[in-house]
Design a protein around this ligand. Structure first.
Ligand SMILES: *Cc1c(COP(=O)(O)O)cnc(C)c1O
Length: 386
């Protein structure tokens, strides 16, 4: 390790950007005397609804509970099968178990790393009730095909758009069309409220049901002006969080544009011969639809330790990386339910070899150049994955 490298600031793979106006707005909420759900949440939901073409939008305190409530609104429960991808954050499959339904996986497409829609369609049975596609790294699944399949088989769709705020499908915003669409505002996401999420729904009736699940099942229709008629929980967003969200939302177009520019720069830096020379796989070069939530490469397989060695080598060069994600069906909870190695070979390979490179709003093109050079050096070094 050279001395100058130790002086190089560590570049994380992700980092939130909160501007001073947002910090001031949070201070105003804290001083206002009203810090839980109130005017800021209502304003945030109104702005989100307008952004999604007037569809109803409710906010929640995590992306995970947003998805669980969406499944409850769709009436998914015991006896129902829900098809999803094995390459996602565990939340995507866990919420299926949480409502008592049965998760069914379909392997991923090796190029997009999103769920393979042919395999998804082949996995449909008479018990299938819903589909949960994930727009991984912000790259949407083929929405035309997805909704065609859902329509032909009479299935509900819950888009896990946790990573896809600002993504588009050929000009239309993800969330502005389709069935139920869930977003996460967790700290690393393109738009954050610290923790949080929102759900885009079809109509006022669905929104009213989701609002009940959000707060203890309380409805205003009872004899004393209040009743509880479904088992809800405590999932509401606070005005403190919504103030962060309003500040983030004001900047979302610039965030998406900057991430796209950084992604373009990554491709320019890696150059055309990169995949052939290294055996590594770049993401799909999509600058129309993806919001570039993550910039992920798949390493050439050099046996056990391939990814850990690569991540360590980059960390020594003061560069942070992550991996998103390990294949869900190989976790103990899912093995106990009958899943095992070999069932979804593409997901298993990608789950072992995918690496997330730095990508966030405050990053510069010089940072991209440093990362690309380091990746090339490490992949070329003997003892590391090629
Ligand atoms: C972040 C994320 C979630 C969960 O969101 P939380 O807000 O952390 O609960 C679900 N699915 C995917 C794909 C995610 O990236």
């Amino acid at each position: 390790m050279t001395h100058d490298l130790q002086d190089t600031p560590f570049l994380p793979f992700s980092q939130p950007s909160i501007d001073e106006a947002t910090i001031a707005a949070v201070g105003d909420v804290l001083r206002s005397g009203w810090i839980t759900s109130g005017p800021k949440v209502r304003a945030f939901e109104e702005q989100l609804s307008a952004y999604f073409g007037g569809r109803p939008v409710l906010t929640f305190n995590s992306g995970t509970c947003t998805m669980e409530i969406a499944l409850r609104v769709a009436g998914i429960g015991p006896g129902d099968e829900v098809i999803t991808t094995p390459i996602s954050w565990p939340a995507t499959a866990n919420v299926i178990l949480a409502v008592g339904a049965t998760p069914v996986f379909a392997d991923i497409d090796p190029v997009t790393r999103n769920i393979d829609l042919d395999l998804l369609e082949a996995a449909i049975t008479p018990r299938t009730r819903a589909l949960i596609p994930v727009h991984l790294s912000g790259l949407p699944v083929d929405m035309d095909r997805l909704y065609d399949i859902a329509k032909r088989h009479g299935l509900r769709v819950l888009e896990d758009a946790a990573q896809a705020f600002g993504s588009r499908w050929h000009g239309r915003r993800v969330g502005a069309f389709g069935d139920l669409v869930s977003f996460s505002f967790q700290a690393n996401k393109n738009l954050t409220t610290g923790e949080g999420g929102c759900l885009v729904l079809n109509d006022a009736q669905e929104a009213a049901l989701a609002a009940k699940y959000r707060l203890q099942g309380v409805t205003r229709s009872g004899v004393d002006g209040i009743d509880v008629d479904v088992l809800g929980g405590k999932y509401n967003m606070s005005d403190i969080m919504a103030a962060i969200g309003l500040g983030q939302f004001a900047n979302i177009e610039a965030v998406t544009a900057h991430r796209r520019a950084l992604a373009r720069h990554y491709f320019a830096q890696f150059g055309d011969g990169f995949e052939a020379a290294t055996g590594a796989q770049l993401p799909v070069a999509d600058f129309e639809n993806s919001n570039w939530h993550l910039f992920q490469i798949v390493l050439p397989d050099r046996g056990p330790g391939t990814r850990a060695d690569f991540m360590e080598a980059l960390a020594r060069l003061r560069i942070g990386t992550g991996f998103h994600y390990a294949a869900i069906h190989l976790f103990s909870l899912y093995r106990e339910r009958g899943f095992s190695e070999g069932m979804f070979p593409v997901a298993e390979r990608v789950g072992r070899l995918t690496v997330t490179l730095p990508m966030f709003y405050a990053m510069t093109t010089a940072d991209v150049e440093r990362v690309a050079a380091a990746v090339k050096t490490v992949l070329a070094a003997p003892g590391t994955p090629r």
